[in-house]
Design a protein around this ligand. Structure first.
Ligand code: B12
Length: 461
């Protein structure tokens, strides 16, 4: 048995503070193997280095694991200000000062550029991709003095079956903090993403094949969240919730059958979802959808390899309006080949969305191994050897970024349901938060229906 201190180093609070689910999942795997685990979240401790040192003194760990969730905001207009690797380095330095235990890194940010982050943070080991097996292997190897241990273990090499995905080990003190801050917990119902969107890191992080959890297991976790923590709302963190095989519908049926009654939200793909599907999902507790629309014209959707057209997006919008489910479209401008004409067409297209909020991004965060990365190297935007640790953005050379940004600002005007840059929404959400509202909050910004249209009903969060 080893003593393991896990540290979530995430300091970001926008759009709301997110429960450190990765750390909780790794904690569950370690506890199952008989290790003694303490979970420390820098955010709940006001990012205080002295508190971190005290946790090290109290727990006297044999191994320290640090979970790295975000590199930066992935929004070109706020990325530098939100770059998280310096604060993560300060936490690792503090851990090293306070303890001689080896430091193991993991988490989605780490997995995107492991070598560069391991070097920058001066840590000892890292696990890329899913962490359950890798972290247990390392902790056991270290306790047995096994030599040499690999500096980086690739957790994706031997992926867990869906049925073996751990239920997270939630920490009551952390749960209280996050329920107070955001009113919501989170849970993963499957891993993997089969889509091929050119900018996206998700298939690289979780693999391309779906690995689905048994709906009964998910229902058990939800029940535990209700029973032990009085949770009323949850975000399913799957890369894309509506999968082609209908697992999401089976899960909705299971939640309904079990009478769970928890309110939930997730990421959706705006395609292949009928009104009946939406009605079922809504009956099971769905109240709002975050939609990976990404492109605003057929041309940019094709460049992004989204596999759907803007007509699909409009059909999805109509279904959401008819079923009264709030949705937020995340849209990027600046795709390869984007011109002033395609930008203007995209803005006209977005104006046709009657029911949803739009968050628009300017340029695309270049992440290793993505199609946009190859394009950026090809166009000389980045050197092939660039680690991409510091935020780098791709934006079409055929469109001046300042003109693009000014055109988006003008098109959105003072609409309450259009946000550019996306960080503008955080200010609005913070106001709602101060008034005591909890939840996603953007769903409260959808304008009331016009007279003569059917009423939407309230989306209580
Ligand atoms: C769901 C999600 C969201 C939801 C979260 C909702 C919620 N209530 O939880 C929302 C929409 C709010 C969101 C927001 C943001 N997100 Co997000 N999100 C995700 C997503 C899809 C899943 C994250 C998740 O929970 N996975 C499930 C858990 C169980 O997995 P995990 O954390 O990866 O943990 C596993 C491993 O990483 C590893 N591990 C984790 N910790 C540790 C520790 C150790 C020691 C070890 C060994 C292993 C290990 O083991 C775990 C179990 O296998 C990922 C992409 C992806 N597919 O991973 C992006 C992702 C994490 N998000 C990202 C970003 C950028 C953001 C935002 C900054 C965007 C923005 N501008 O608002 C914000 C930040 C929010 C915040 N306050 O921190 C980036 C982060 C990397 C980067 N580019 O910087 C990702 C990777 C997507 C991307 N663009 O590449 N996000």
């Amino acid at each position: 048995m080893s003593r393991v201190l896990l540290v979530s180093a995430n300091t970001m609070t926008g759009p709301y503070p997110v429960y450190p689910l990765g750390m909780a999942t790794v904690a569950a795997a370690l506890v199952r193997q008989g290790h003694e685990v303490r979970q420390f979240d820098v955010l709940t401790e006001a990012c205080s280095v002295p508190q971190l040192r005290q946790a090290v003194r109290e727990h006297a760990p044999d191994v320290i694991g640090v979970s790295l969730r975000n590199l930066d905001s992935a929004d070109s207009l706020s990325a530098e200000a939100t770059w998280s690797m310096d604060s993560a380095r300060a936490f690792v330095t503090a851990l090293r000062d306070a303890s001689s235990a080896p430091v193991v890194l993991g988490g989605p940010a780490f997995s995107l550029m492991p070598e560069a982050i391991l070097d920058y943070l001066q840590a000892d080991f890292g696990v890329v991709g899913e962490g359950e097996r890798g972290v247990c292997e390392l902790v056991e190897g270290l306790s047995r003095g096994r030599q040499p241990l690999p500096r980086i273990i690739d957790g994706r090499a031997t992926p867990l079956a869906g049925s073996d995905i751990e239920a997270p080990l939630l920490d009551s003190a952390l749960v209280r903090f996050y329920l107070d801050q955001s009113g919501m917990l989170n849970l993963q119902t499957k891993r993997g993403c089969p889509w091929d969107c050119t900018y996206c890191s998700y298939p690289g992080l979780e693999g391309r094949g779906y690995r689905v959890r048994d709906p009964a297991g998910v229902v058990d976790d939800l029940r535990r969240m209700q029973r032990d923590h009085a949770a009323e709302s949850v975000f399913f963190t799957d890369s894309v919730f509506n999968d082609r095989n209908g697992h999401h519908l089976e899960l909705a049926e299971a939640m309904l059958h079990a009478g769970i009654g928890i309110r939930w939200s997730a990421f959706f793909r705006p395609q292949g979802i009928s009104r009946q599907d939406l009605a079922l999902l809504k009956r099971s507790g769905l109240y709002a959808m975050e939609v990976g629309t990404d492109g605003a014209t057929d041309a940019t959707l094709a460049t992004a390899h989204k596999g759907f057209s803007f007509a699909d997006v409009l059909e999805f919008d109509r279904a959401c309006a008819a079923e009264q489910v709030a949705c937020a479209h995340f849209v990027i401008f600046g795709w390869p080949g984007e011109t002033e004409a395609s930008l203007r067409q995209g803005l006209v297209n977005l104006a046709q969305l009657k029911h949803g909020i739009v968050f628009a991004f300017s340029g695309i965060r270049v992440l290793p191994g993505t199609g946009i990365h190859a394009q950026a190297i090809h166009e000389g935007v980045v050197a092939a050897a660039d680690s991409l640790l510091r935020p780098v953005y791709y934006s079409s050379p055929a469109l001046d970024p300042e003109l693009m940004n000014a055109t988006i600002v003008k098109a959105f005007g003072d609409r309450r349901d259009r946000f550019f840059p996306p960080s503008r929404a955080n200010e609005r959400l913070a106001v709602l938060h101060r008034f005591g509202y909890r939840g996603l909050l953007w769903d409260r910004l959808i304008p009331a229906p016009h007279p003569g249209r059917p009423s939407r009903g309230r989306h209580d969060t």
